[in-house]
Design a protein around this ligand. Structure first.
Ligand SMILES: Cc1cc2nc3c(=O)[nH]c(=O)nc-3n(C[C@H](O)[C@H](O)[C@H](O)COP(=O)(O)O)c2cc1C
Length: 115
């Protein structure tokens, strides 16, 4: 299964998690994409898409994800599988904990994904 992990990171934590997932993943190789450096076009080449997104600033989408937010609407998810990784701080921001992951999930969940 061809797998890609797209992540955005402001202070490096989600980038660290992406590296760890790649190191531990034993189903197949994972290609990592920092959304600050890439468009999402390459997503079409993969069967499994993993999206890793932290929440910032009281329930907001991380800044690099914001830059590609409209691109997500153009992707064709038909027949693909998706997984989500959300980073947040449940003590500092309990009312907005990992909101951005939910927002990304809700954006694509009804767009043809395979369960
Ligand atoms: C100013 C600031 C605002 C934050 N806002 C939220 C938030 O609204 N919800 C949440 O769950 N986490 C929030 N966090 C926690 C971050 O999501 C967490 O530190 C995360 O690990 C950052 O990931 P990154 O290093 O990949 O950018 C916030 C952190 C900071 C410093």
């Amino acid at each position: 299964m061809k797998t890609a992990l797209f992540y955005g990171t402001t202070t490096g934590n989600t980038g660290d998690i992406a590296d760890k997932v790649k190191a531990e993943w034993d189903i197949s190789d994972i290609d990592l994409f920092d959304v600050a450096d890439t468009t999402l076009d390459s997503a079409s080449h993969y069967d499994l898409l993993i999206f890793a997104i932290p929440t910032w600033d009281y329930g907001e989408v991380q800044e690099d994800w914001l830059d590609v937010w409209e691109e997500v609407d153009q992707l064709n998810f038909e027949g693909k599988q998706a997984a989500f990784i959300g980073l947040g701080d449940q003590y500092g921001y309990p009312e907005w904990f990992v909101d951005a992951m939910g927002m990304l999930h809700d954006k694509i969940v009804n767009r043809g994904l395979k369960s």
